[in-house]
Ligand binder design. Structure first.
Ligand SMILES: *Cc1c(COP(=O)(O)O)cnc(C)c1O
Length: 375
């Protein structure tokens, strides 16, 4: 068996940007303002600048980043929040943590992002049944590409629902050069190390356009703090971003635009090399993906993965079991007609190595392994 190439090579990135990140961390350690230090506010400014829209509130991780706006809006028991099932656990988990009910919506079979038709049908069904109050939609920018916001937003607005972009995998992605926040009320980010903009630990952020919402979320972030210190206006969380992570992220943000281009070059080389060997990722017209994952579809996935492993190419499955099929989520409502596209995708998708520092030789190895499968 050949040596495995890396699936994501965080250490190659580390070597490329070592000087600036080490200097940034040393500065925080020397200055001694470890929680909500000046780098945190600076990062928040720079993230808004990068997105070209909105105000940013940092927080402890990408899961809290979705929970915080739900809490700030007062979403809770008796409320319905529409979410995809083909996503990471956080997207639905935060709805349950807020005390509300997730309602699972199907996806588009080509982009894997929320289907506007399934969303509309799910909202109509919940309204007709009358047991839950529809309050919000959480669309996920899965694998780094924006959901179809120009079609999702009118559905959400027509029914008076808040729209969240769970952009944990997609910070930096655009549609017609615009960030998802152009359509959504909030855009949430994760800085988990393996995400395209990753820290060296946990971190998250929320971008929003509304000052009152920003103030409420800021209060939620620190225990529901009111106007004065140790005065509480609501139940909140402890969800601060630490200064060291902010300093690391500031350094990484400087090279992030270039890294998205580096990922795009890998994606282009894959698409050119694979031909018809697999179903290629489908990016919607006018979109730029951050390529958090490069995900293809194959018929005989187990054999495909075994063949690639033999050629030294690691693979991963995002996500093998849709959320609505896990025991803790099985009792929540689903869109009428169920989630056939979600269940089909879960059986066919497989993600390939993808990171900005991929050497040409590794790209060629992946292409050879993929095109060599049963040929
Ligand atoms: C990673 C991820 C999250 C959660 O982010 P954490 O920082 O790990 O809490 C939420 N949603 C999606 C779609 C993710 O991929």
């Amino acid at each position: 068996m050949a040596d495995m190439i890396p699936f994501i090579d965080l250490l190659a990135q580390r070597a490329r940007i070592k000087e600036r990140t080490d200097a940034a961390v040393a500065k925080v350690l020397d200055e001694g303002r470890y929680i909500l230090g000046p780098e945190v506010a600076e990062l928040e400014e720079k993230l808004s600048e990068f997105a070209g829209i909105g105000r940013t509130l940092s927080c402890a991780n990408g899961t809290d980043a979705i929970l915080i706006p739900l809490m700030a809006w007062g979403i809770g028991p008796g409320d319905a929040v529409f979410v995809p099932s083909f996503t990471f656990a956080s997207t639905a988990e935060v709805v349950v943590l807020a005390g509300a009910s997730p309602v699972f919506v199907d996806i588009d079979p080509d982009t894997y992002n929320m289907s506007p038709e399934s969303l509309e049908a799910a909202i109509d069904a919940v309204k007709a049944e009358g047991a839950l109050n529809p309050k919000a939609v959480i669309a996920v920018d899965l694998f780094g590409q924006p959901a179809d916001y120009p079609r999702l937003e009118p559905v959400a607005r027509k029914h008076g629902l808040k729209l969240v972009s769970d952009c944990a995998q997609g910070f930096g992605c655009t549609l017609g050069d615009k960030a998802s926040l152009h359509w959504a009320d909030v855009l949430t980010v994760s800085f988990y190390p393996a995400k395209p903009l990753g820290a060296y630990g946990d971190g998250g952020a929320i971008l929003c356009k509304d000052d009152a919402l920003y103030d409420a979320m800021k209060s939620v972030r620190v225990h529901g703090e009111g106007k004065a210190r140790y005065e509480y206006a609501r139940i909140g969380l402890n969800s601060r971003l630490d200064t060291i992570q902010a300093a690391i992220l500031l350094a990484k943000l400087e090279v992030f635009r270039e890294e998205i281009e580096m990922r795009q070059r890998v994606a282009d080389a894959y698409a050119a090399g694979f031909g018809n060997a697999v179903k290629l990722p489908h990016i919607i017209a006018g979109a730029q993906s951050t390529w958090a994952q490069y995900t293809v579809e194959v018929e005989d996935r187990d054999a495909f993965r075994a063949h690639l492993a033999e050629q030294g190419v690691p693979t991963a499955i995002y996500y093998p079991i849709p959320l609505h099929m896990h025991e803790p989520y099985a009792g929540y409502p689903r869109a009428p007609g169920g989630l056939p596209a979600t269940e089909a995708a879960a059986n066919r998708v497989v993600s390939l190595p993808m990171h900005p520092d991929m050497p040409q030789a590794d790209i060629e190895r992946v292409v050879a392994a993929v095109t060599g499968f049963r040929s």
